[in-house]
Design a protein around this ligand. Structure first.
Ligand code: COA
Length: 388
């Protein structure tokens, strides 16, 4: 797939602090992020609103949220679309906004994501609706349980990988997240902390898991003409986009240790961008559990299959390493309000490319990648951004 239609630029980003936001409503947190992005872009209007959200009906008893958010943002009347693909809803919202601008349909689009998970009665049950109900969830397995099976298989197939290597993913991401003022858990942790934290689903412990989070994020996508007219930030273009699906049920897969949706979405994005994995200078990937980051970095082509955990041990994914991964703190430390996660990844990479990441800035990155997935990679979305 070559570059299609008009060039698309990220001209504004917005993300307030994430966490347990008991004093704010679903609409409050979305509007706050949208206003930050609009202000950052310096636009006086938007033509269209796209919003990614997995399950506001179950968490907050509110559906029809695209119209609700357009109204409370003060832009009622414009087209507003909700996009859902479980934890990949945010990435898919950005892809949908990209298509609206690239196609010539709209010049300025706000793509955002939101989830307010603490309001729900049972977040584990709501998350499990993204698994296969008939073959998985009805039998009692949860997402930590599914990823635990994946982790066990990985450790069996690659005995050079040690249990401690999984813990090192969380240690690295908390180190980065401690420097991110918007992260939910801003504390550094040790391997010993991870290995002694509460067992959730063997071998995954509490500190191998992304947390439950309230949060929102938004970006403004626009044409080159709009970006040049505003001329407010270094130009950041979306040069590659990919999206793919796989079976939701793990038992229907050929392999538990490689995600075909991640490989396919990455192939599309690299092809559109005319780039390969070695060209990427910084990446935000979907570390919903420590094992996920390892498998995803292999499937994106950063490391050979079976070598992802060793790369973490050798510091290759640290800031200053060969390919810094999850400079924001990732889902693990920054938090994982599921529908907002894919949009927040674009926020982080855009700020990295602009040189605005403060203490966690990668040295002069030119090209960044985001990878966001639904469930156990039943869906995956990849974006590649380039500083012009
Ligand atoms: N990382 C770091 N700290 C965490 C944490 C996490 N993932 N989850 C909870 N904590 C902290 C809490 O703040 C609390 O600290 P405190 O005692 O100082 O207040 C402590 O750990 C215990 O928290 P608690 O709320 O009792 O944890 P829990 O057992 O209810 O939930 C998990 C922990 C891991 C089960 C929950 O976060 C979870 O389900 N995560 C996975 C979410 C998921 O599946 N997402 C979709 C991915 S596909």
């Amino acid at each position: 797939m070559a570059q299609i239609g008009r060039e698309v630029y990220v001209i504004g980003v917005g993300m307030p602090k994430w966490g347990e936001l008991w004093d704010k409503s679903l609409r409050d947190i979305f509007v706050e992020s949208a206003l930050l992005a609009i202000d950052d872009a310096g636009v006086d209007h938007i033509d269209s609103l796209i919003i990614g959200s997995m399950s506001p009906g179950l968490y907050n008893k509110q559906e029809h949220i695209a119209s609700v958010m357009a109204d409370y943002l003060g832009v009622k009347g414009i087209p507003a679309t909700r996009v859902e693909s479980a934890c990949a809803s945010g990435g898919l919202a950005v892809r949908t906004g990209f298509m609206e601008v690239a196609s010539g349909m709209h010049d300025i689009v706000l793509a955002g994501g939101v989830e307010k998970m603490w309001d729900g009665e049972d977040f584990t049950m709501v998350l499990a609706t993204a698994a296969d109900q008939e073959y998985e969830a009805f039998h009692g397995i949860t997402f930590p349980g599914l990823y635990a099976m994946i982790a066990n298989r990985y450790l069996y197939e690659f005995p050079d990988t040690k249990r401690e290597d999984l813990a090192l993913v969380s240690v690295k991401n908390h180190k980065n997240g401690a420097k991110n003022p918007r992260a939910q858990y801003r504390k550094e942790i040790t391997v010993e902390n991870v290995l002694s934290s509460t067992m959730v689903a063997d071998p995954l412990r509490l500190l191998d898991c992304s947390p439950v989070t309230d949060g929102a994020a938004a970006v403004i996508l626009a044409t080159k003409e709009v970006a040049e007219k505003l001329n407010k930030h270094p130009f950041t273009q979306i040069v590659g986009v990919g999206a793919a699906t796989d079976t939701i049920a793990l038992d229907k897969r050929d392999s538990l240790i490689s995600f075909s949706s991640v490989r396919k979405s990455a192939e599309q994005a690299y092809k559109m961008a005319g780039l390969n994995p070695q060209d990427i200078n910084t990446a935000e990937v979907h570390d919903c559990f420590s094992i996920a980051e390892i498998i995803v970095t292999e499937d994106l082509g950063f490391f050979e299959k079976g070598k992802g955990a060793i790369a973490v041990r050798e510091g290759k994914t640290e800031i200053g390493g060969k390919i810094p991964v999850n400079t924001s703190g990732g889902l693990k430390s920054k938090g994982h309000p599921v529908g907002a996660t894919g949009v927040a990844q674009i926020v982080e990479v855009t700020e990295q490319l602009r040189g605005e990441s403060g203490d966690r800035q990668v040295k002069e990155p030119k090209i960044g990648l985001t990878q966001n997935m639904g469930g156990t990679a039943g869906s995956s979305v990849v974006h590649i951004l380039k500083r012009r």
